[in-house]
Design a protein around this ligand. Structure first.
Ligand code: AMP
Length: 228
């Protein structure tokens, strides 16, 4: 496994892989890796000749500076996990190198980014659009893997790649969960025992509603049942 920080070094590696006509699979992450990330990476290893994983906490997608500051950073443990999976390249650019000049261009997804998560995180998806575009240009993968846990992000990235003709297939991967049903997330390590329990109730409530809708029960009765 090779760890690359310089953008130019990644480009030369990608150039050599392209000459050999090998396929590249790419998994962008912000690190603090868990089994959810690993399922994306395993899928990439299965489906491609070479797998590149990036670890970069992207400041552009944080609308809260405290959240950025507190975001877990566990590079040493991450590299150990990736070495065990036999990942080919880990790309760990520095913020200074990656955003050598602050981008003036932003990705405007229109109404699709204004609702759901976008409603509560102003500018988040625009920042995601910029980082993913830059990473896809650098890694030049045939396939890039995104978690369906972040469904809105997956759909927006798919749309961006289609609209801007990125020569890359966006693959959605199922959500990995705790036995309690809570989706694995790097941020979970910041939750207390009580917080973890409350968070897992959200999934349980949604599951009750989903099952009820299938059985054509009224939404009102399901909502009050889910609240219990
Ligand atoms: P992040 O490091 O949080 O930016 O996540 C990197 C990628 O891993 C994104 O495509 C996420 O949707 C995906 N991911 C995060 N958690 C999970 C999970 N529990 N199951 C599947 N994919 C996940």
């Amino acid at each position: 496994m090779r760890v690359i920080s310089a953008l130019k070094e990644l480009s030369s590696f990608v150039f050599s892989i392209n000459i050999e006509e090998k396929s590249i699979g790419f998994v962008p992450t912000m690190g603090a890796l868990h089994k959810g990330h690993l399922s994306l990476i395993r899928r990439s290893i299965e489906e491609n000749n070479v797998t590149i994983v990036s670890i970069f906490v992207n400041p552009l997608q944080f609308n809260d500076s405290k959240d950025l500051e507190k975001y877990p950073r566990t590079l040493r443990e991450d590299l150990d996990l990736l070495r065990n999976l036999s990942v080919d390249i880990v790309f760990t650019p520095s913020e200074k190198d990656f955003y050598n000049t602050k981008p003036l261009v932003s990705i405007n997804f229109g109404g699709m980014a204004q609702r759901l998560e976008g409603k509560f995180r102003k500018g988040h998806f625009e920042g995601v659009g910029v980082v993913v575009s830059k990473l896809l240009h650098l890694a030049m993968p045939s396939k890039a893997y995104f978690g369906l846990k972040d469904l809105q992000q997956y759909l927006l990235i798919k749309q961006m790649c289609q609209d801007l003709s990125f020569p890359c297939e966006i693959v959605g991967v199922e959500t990995e969960r705790e036995p309690s049903g809570l989706a694995l997330s790097s941020r979970n390590r910041r939750l207390s025992t009580e917080g973890l329990e409350v968070a897992s109730n959200i999934y349980k409530g949604l599951t009750i509603i989903e099952e009820g809708i299938r059985l054509e029960k009224s939404l009102e009765s399901l909502l009050s049942k889910a609240k219990l």
